[in-house]
Design a protein around this ligand. Sequence first.
Ligand SMILES: NC(=O)C1=CN([C@@H]2O[C@H](COP(=O)(O)OP(=O)(O)OC[C@H]3O[C@@H](n4cnc5c(N)ncnc54)[C@H](O)[C@@H]3O)[C@@H](O)[C@H]2O)[C@@H](O)CC1
Length: 473
Amino acid sequence: MKKVAYAADVRGLDADISQRGELEAVVARVGFAVARITMKMLSGAYGKRVYIEAGPGNNGEDARSAARFLSERGVKVIVKGIKDRDMGSIKEADLFIDGSFGVGINREFEPVKLPPHIPVLSVDVPSGLDADLGTLWGGCLAADVTATVGALKIGLLQNQGPLVSGKVEVALEDLYTSGTSVSLIEDTDVLEHLGEGDLYDHKWRHSVFVLAGSEGMFGAAELSANASYRLASGIVHLYYPSTPGGRMGVTLSPEIVRVGLDSLWAEPVIDAARHFKSTVIGPGLGRSLQLSNLVRRLLNNTEMPALLDADGIFALGDPARLRRIATSRNAPIVITPHEGEFNAFFEGSGVKVVRGEDRVKAAVRAAEMCGAIVLLKGSLTVVASPHGAAYLVGSGSSRLGVGGSGDVLSGVIGGLMARGVEPALASALGAHIHGRASSFLGGYSVRASDLIEGCVGWLSSLDKRWHRGLDVI
Ligand SMILES: NC(=O)C1=CN([C@@H]2O[C@H](COP(=O)(O)OP(=O)(O)OC[C@H]3O[C@@H](n4cnc5c(N)ncnc54)[C@H](O)[C@@H]3O)[C@@H](O)[C@H]2O)[C@@H](O)CC1
């Protein structure tokens, strides 16, 4: 996982560095790292021309420090302040280092207009980008590479941040040993936290109970149940409200046990669900009052981690009711809304996702309010826990924006929870795997049902032993 920081976290940690008298040494280390990345971008050093724009704060100090290392290696370096830009030298440069402002920008800034062929390396954050919100202070110099210091900044990952940051490299990952509660999921986390099956595994150890589907919406249930089955590698039972003539379609894996409910009487459903390791509720379920009652009673009377998506979230009613249910049971509840569902569910509570504002903070506040894990879907997916920590997932692509994609995600997470992965982490890893699947498949377009095989295919491509047998030859 990569640490992700707010500007306030960084200021606090930087103040500690200054207090310990280590600022000069840190600036030298940052300068060395920036110089190394510069030489990599230039494929060399001797005789190359680098123009550095250095601002009045520590961001400028980092850039000046890089200048010293580059000069020692034979790079022709010109360092200028923002107010004495030298356009003649800029035009002749092989690379432009942007050290104007970092996390300390606090008013509008007009960046230099660079000829398009000159690559830009930005120190910490592109100058003009708000390091928290990912919005722009007037203009912003878009970078080809951003060498961010100590930890990723949240603004690099949301709103306009990803559009102006280019390739982001974290320099000095060891700089901050504490102080951030937000992390970005990486591939190695999947390897680390998805354990190999042990010798004594059996299907009930990875079992998922799915309550989903209704007339006209059986596809959603099938996608969710199929994904659960493939990710849990155990057993899946799919319960659905049956209506005369309504039947599950042919795409449901034959291995999945299907149970049509003639009545929405809760007791038999609760009795059946208690045997499972996780439950997924909601895809295509429908929104009747009886169903809402069934969902709430199921949650109140079972103790396995539960994921609620789509109509499952609707069944919970509002954040206060969810809080009552979530805080009175022993296993966590995860809700997985997209922005529209999020704003509808939290309407009137003071929490809202708004473009241009901080979606991470919105999800964290929502989780604290409702006592459940909140997975807010989007190009930056946020998984927030009620105690304030958050995982971020940025592995997805626009290819995930297809009907049924969310149903697959619910099943993937249900499957990982059934494998014993802690629910907030299972949600984040599930979203990461789902995101990777969208690119792994290649081709012009992808169907939601393809994503299931994409998840399994991507996981299988990782260099990991997934199953253990007897080591006797
Ligand atoms: N202090 C430390 O220990 C470390 C600092 N680091 C670097 O230092 C940066 C933070 O340093 P600072 O807090 O000095 O912040 P900045 O270097 O971003 O600049 C802040 C200064 O610029 C002024 N300013 C802000 N917006 C302006 C505008 N539009 N026009 C003109 N002036 C403007 C502010 O009044 C302030 O004086 C980080 O982003 C990072 O690059 C890192 O190297 C890590 C260690």
